[in-house]
Design a protein around this ligand. Structure first.
Ligand SMILES: C[S@@+](CC[C@H](N)C(=O)[O-])C[C@H]1O[C@@H](n2cnc3c(N)ncnc32)[C@H](O)[C@@H]1O
Length: 266
């Protein structure tokens, strides 16, 4: 009797461990398939200003409609990532039927392991908690300037750069739009022309900047690598290139002559 119970316990333990390992290799969906209406998919791609230069990743791509529309209607290339193999097959067939088979790829994969580095646009229709889990990966892997559009769900305290409503036949849909910000936080030394000027300290929370220029508090914003810094009455607009900020234009208070800032510490 004791031996039988021990054997049963062993069988159960092996079973549970096996399921856990299987689940790790083939995780279930984080959210079930609900299709974005075609008109809303088109609007998502328009919000992201998709062009033929783009590579659009739809994470949790369902029947492939967003990726196929990106290729068919905007000339982009696309990658769909979907955990349900049946939907991957449906997507591949639909892409061939739409004549975009060579421009799109569908991966049978857990979106949390997908290498996102090739994307210039990411589209999502997941859920707010899934978006939040995905957020660090987006910020880590996507290049500054990559556009992200999410159907109906936001990203918590990462404020969208834009929110738009769109109506389908059934209801109102919300589209949230972000641009992956460059990394600007740290100490910088500003220069006017060739001469060293005030030191610049930047703090960063997603796309929002704070800190000081000399003794003056500043506010600012990043849109990809485009940077805008306001110190008092002066707003400087320019580009951040990893270790250099170059201001192209200043509004109010007159344009300082060739204002740049160089990273003081990494
Ligand atoms: C709400 S549907 C959206 C489908 C499509 N993006 C659209 O907008 O029509 C979410 C899709 O994500 C897939 N999914 C859920 N969890 C996933 C995961 N971890 N990896 C890949 N796909 C996943 C589901 O199977 C489902 O097809």
């Amino acid at each position: 009797m004791r031996t039988r119970r021990a054997l049963l316990a062993l069988v159960l333990a092996v079973g549970v461990a096996g399921c856990a390992a299987l689940r790790e290799r083939f995780p279930g969906p984080d959210i079930l398939f609900v299709a974005t209406p075609e008109a809303v998919s088109l609007e998502m791609l328009k919000v992201a200003a998709v062009t033929s230069q783009d590579v659009v990743f739809d994470l949790g791509s369902g029947d492939g409609r967003v990726v196929i529309a990106a290729a068919r209607d905007f000339g982009a290339r696309g990658v769909g990532v979907e955990i349900d193999p049946k939907l991957v097959n449906v997507s591949r067939d639909a892409a061939l039927a739409a004549g975009v088979g060579s421009r799109v790829t569908f991966l049978w994969q857990d979106l949390f392991v997908t290498d996102l580095t090739g994307a210039t646009v990411v589209t999502l229709y997941l859920r707010d908690d899934v978006n939040l889990r995905l957020r660090p990966k987006l910020l880590r892997e996507l290049a500054p300037g990559t556009r992200v559009v999410s159907h109906d769900f936001d990203m918590g305290d990462w404020e969208p750069d834009r929110v738009q409503s769109v109506r389908s036949r059934e209801r109102e849909h919300r589209l949230y739009f972000w641009v992956i910000p460059a990394r600007a936080a740290g100490m910088w030394q500003s220069r006017v022309g060739e001469a060293e000027a005030a030191s610049l300290t930047l703090t960063q929370e997603f796309q929002k900047l704070g800190g000081t220029l000399g003794a003056q508090p500043i506010t600012g914003r990043l849109r990809g690598e485009r940077v805008e810094i306001t110190a008092g009455a002066l707003t400087k607009r320019g580009m951040e290139h990893v270790d250099r900020i170059e201001v192209e234009a200043s509004a109010a208070g007159g344009a300082p002559h060739r204002w740049t800032a160089h990273r003081a510490h990494h």
